[in-house]
Design a protein around this ligand. Structure first.
Ligand SMILES: *[C@@H]1O[C@H](CO)[C@@H](O)[C@H](O)[C@H]1NC(C)=O
Ligand SMILES: *[C@@H]1O[C@H](CO)[C@@H](O)[C@H](O)[C@H]1NC(C)=O
Ligand SMILES: *[C@@H]1O[C@H](CO)[C@@H](O)[C@H](O)[C@H]1NC(C)=O
Ligand SMILES: *[C@@H]1O[C@H](CO)[C@@H](O)[C@H](O)[C@H]1NC(C)=O
Ligand SMILES: *[C@@H]1O[C@H](CO)[C@@H](O)[C@H](O)[C@H]1NC(C)=O
Ligand SMILES: *[C@@H]1O[C@H](CO)[C@@H](O)[C@H](O)[C@H]1NC(C)=O
Ligand SMILES: *[C@@H]1O[C@H](CO)[C@@H](O)[C@H](O)[C@H]1NC(C)=O
Length: 471
């Protein structure tokens, strides 16, 4: 798999170059007499080679497919239309045992849809995946073969608090970072043998560095520079790829500048970050990956969540710390359907999330906040107003099937857009919200298809790199 892909691309390039230089030589030799024959021959041969490669290699099929999905997503940032994919093959839903919990389970769909449809078939045409079959197939491959080497550190290391997984249950706004490391430590992806590792994990915690009085915000950049210097001198792995098969994870937006003094980390390593804005030069969507920002909560009964009476059309609460939020507040502050609160609520935040059909996620200082996770958790359909946000798992999930994505420019049209969504369409969106909830949950010991496994899948998609053997 991995290695054959890596090898096939340089080999291809080499053969094309050979062909090209060959045909050039022949043309100059016999320019006067037979101009056409060699050129035509070369052309035909290259066409045959191209045909052969495209029909045998899967680098043009499954992987291109993922890119297409992403492209499709990026090209339609204002996804307010709710198309039903009526032509979708029904068979994509009838899949077998190991991944059966991936789909629309009967009680979810039954609870979500007020119309008669108890067997979960009511949502069959609104797939939350770009392609569930490809995801399923790749996931199993990933799950059985993917290996991660974590740079080892002792408990006695003065920075053990920063480098080792935390021994408590992570909480708060940036819990995703700690949860990832804890889940990874407790997963079967770990290998102690670097020679079989696909990727290498740089285990420093940006959040913990930030709060460590020895480092602090001002010291993070130097710490990371020194850390990379240390591992690139102690081990041979960094130098083989310039860090391209290495990754780090950060949820706080300070992670964006934390690597400013470690240029190779920024340029080559895979950055798994919550503040995944493709407007930022430090973030490259096909190289880096988006980490969902999730405020951890105890699992709730989804039936309770859908049966709640949602009296408000839409809701937002938070500090008005960005032009986008200012615009939202200015436009809708006196509206009777759309509730926009500046600052903390008097009433419970949870009650408002349960009381509204749509819940706003609006860009603040950065594109990311925990609000998407909050909305999904409470069965509220997220309305995302954060231009350039590379949404978590966008390679896998079709965000338009469970959220409304709106450009900042369209804030004045919010009421018309949201009122234009019929009850049936809303029921589908909400049912899909319940289906994707499991992908936005962390567990200290990870379980299939949770946030940890989804991030692993995103890493697996980005894993191939060419290693230069060092003699
Ligand atoms: C993934 O691997 C783990 C550990 O081997 C296993 O428990 C789990 O069932 C696997 N998941 C799937 C979908 O195959
Ligand atoms: C990390 O994994 C090791 C080995 O499986 C285990 O002994 C340790 O308790 C784990 N640490 C945490 C914080 O979960
Ligand atoms: C780098 O290595 C030196 C020497 O072992 C150590 O004192 C220092 O704490 C290390 N720095 C980091 C950031 O890991
Ligand atoms: C990696 O490269 C750096 C800079 O070229 C060099 O100083 C270092 O010794 C190399 N590391 C190893 C393990 O060879
Ligand atoms: C369901 O919601 C009601 C209030 O609407 C609450 O009293 C009850 O505890 C909830 N049940 C569960 C299982 O959360
Ligand atoms: C909302 O009401 C306040 C106070 O009545 C008023 O000052 C403001 O202009 C109104 N805003 C809009 C957008 O109508
Ligand atoms: C919020 O609380 C303050 C006092 O704590 C009260 O005066 C005000 O009416 C409350 N506002 C709402 C909307 O409940």
């Amino acid at each position: 798999m991995n290695s054959s892909e890596v090898e096939s691309s340089p080999a291809m390039a080499r053969s094309f170059f050979l062909l090209y230089s060959l045909s050039r030589r022949r043309v100059s030799d016999s320019l006067r007499s037979l101009f056409f024959i060699p050129t035509a021959l070369a052309l035909t041969t290259s066409l045959f080679i191209l045909f052969y490669i495209s029909s045998t290699s899967n680098i043009f099929t499954s992987h291109l497919h993922h890119r297409n999905s992403r492209l499709h997503f990026l090209q339609n940032p204002i996804g307010v239309s709710l198309k039903t994919h009526a032509n979708q093959p029904q068979s994509s839903l009838d899949f077998d045992s190991p991944v059966s919990d991936l789909g629309h389970t009967a009680d979810h769909a039954g609870a979500a849809k007020p119309s008669p449809s108890s067997n979960g078939r009511g949502v069959e045409d609104e797939n939350v995946f770009h392609d569930r079959d490809i995801f399923k197939e790749d996931y199993i491959k990933m799950n059985t073969t993917f290996k991660i080497f974590v740079y080892p550190h002792q408990r006695s290391d003065p920075f053990a608090n920063v480098l080792l997984p935390v021994d408590f249950e992570p909480e708060g706004n940036y819990a995703s970072e700690s949860f990832f490391k804890k889940s990874l430590n407790n997963s079967h992806f770990i290998t102690k043998d670097p020679s079989i590792a696909d990727l290498f994990f740089l285990p420093f915690s940006i959040a913990r560095l930030r709060h460590d009085p020895r480092i602090g915000i001002d010291g993070i950049q130097d710490f990371i520079k020194e850390y990379v210097f240390n591992i690139s001198h102690k081990y041979p792995y960094w130098n083989r790829t310039g860090g391209a098969d290495h990754f780090y994870v950060s949820c706080h937006s300070i992670g964006r500048v934390a690597i400013n003094k470690a240029d190779e980390v920024k340029r080559n390593a895979i950055q798994v970050v919550c503040s995944s804005s493709y407007f930022q030069s430090a973030y490259v969507p096909h190289k880096d990956a988006s980490l969902p920002q999730i405020w951890p909560r105890i699992e709730d009964d989804p039936r309770n969540i859908t049966s709640s009476q949602r009296k408000k059309l839409a809701f937002f609460a938070g500090s008005i710390n960005s032009p986008v939020r200012e615009k939202l507040l200015k436009t809708w502050q006196n509206n009777t359907q759309i509730y926009v609160h500046s600052g903390r609520l008097n009433t419970s935040y949870e009650a408002s999330l349960l009381d509204s059909k749509f819940c706003f996620h609006v860009k603040g200082y950065a594109v990311n906040t925990a609000r998407i996770g909050d909305a999904l958790y409470h069965g509220c359909v997220p309305v995302i107003i954060a231009n350039h946000y590379d949404l978590p798992f966008a390679d896998i999930l079709n965000w338009k099937s469970f959220s409304i994505i709106i450009a900042t420019l369209d804030i004045p049209s919010l009421q018309r857009i949201l009122n234009g969504i019929s009850n049936d369409e809303y029921a589908k969106l909400q049912s899909n919200v319940l289906d994707v909830r499991k992908h936005f949950r962390w567990h200290s010991v990870p379980i299939d298809y949770d946030a940890f496994y989804m991030v692993m899948y995103e890493l697996w998609l980005r894993r191939s790199s060419i290693r230069v053997p060092l003699s």
